[in-house]
Ligand binder design. Structure first.
Ligand SMILES: Cc1cc2nc3c(=O)[nH]c(=O)nc-3n(C[C@H](O)[C@H](O)[C@H](O)COP(=O)(O)O)c2cc1C
Length: 171
């Protein structure tokens, strides 16, 4: 599949079948995240794969939308800011969230390529994720990624037109 076709195909899936995700497909999704670029190649993140139904129940308290708990797998993407690259020569900006976002995007695209569905979840209660996953000090949850076979069809994307987004040569 051409990349642009995959980018069109990937959409947020909010309905999952209970069928398990084969190990090799899960590993391919994780590997796609691992192949993502990071500032200085520091990879300041961790991926926690949650498959234990009791743990999924605990995690779902942080994001109680029913579709989230339908997925047989969830990946919790966490960053460790202290291990991220910072733009010290100028403003000290820490890039760990950017690094994690690229990894999550790679994972969502890999999942779509494998016929799996995902939905980037950012509206979770971080305190509850920290609790459910036993995250140590300095490790922050950035995204939850339910993963499973879609029970709903993909949909057309609604996006701003390029004319509204793109400027040339200056603002
Ligand atoms: C940073 C981020 C946070 C998001 N958080 C949520 C969320 O908490 N719940 C949800 O249902 N979708 C969430 N989404 C999915 C967006 O709503 C979705 O990507 C957007 O509407 C575009 O649709 P598409 O993914 O189907 O192309 C999030 C997406 C991103 C990138």
């Amino acid at each position: 599949m051409k990349f642009i076709e995959l980018a069109k195909k990937r959409c947020s899936i909010r309905g999952y079948k209970s069928d398990p995700v084969p190990e090799e497909r899960l590993n391919e999704v994780l590997q796609a995240g691992n192949l993502a670029p990071t500032a200085k190649n520091f990879q300041p993140f961790h991926f926690i794969v949650v498959r234990d139904p009791a743990k999924l129940d605990e995690l779902a308290v942080s994001y109680p939308a029913p579709f989230f708990r339908q997925a047989p797998v969830a990946i919790v993407i966490c960053t460790e800011a202290a291990k991220g690259w910072t733009r010290d020569r100028f403003d000290g900006k820490n890039y760990c969230d950017v690094d994690a976002a690229i990894a999550v995007d790679h994972m969502t695209l890999a999942a779509a390529d494998l016929g799996l569905g995902t939905c980037w979840i950012g509206a979770f209660d971080p305190a509850r994720v920290i609790d459910a996953m036993g995250l140590p000090e300095g490790v922050e949850p950035i995204a939850l990624l339910p993963l499973g076979y879609p029970s709903e069809a993909g949909r057309e994307k609604t996006r701003k037109s390029l004319e509204k987004l793109v400027r040339y040569d200056c603002w």
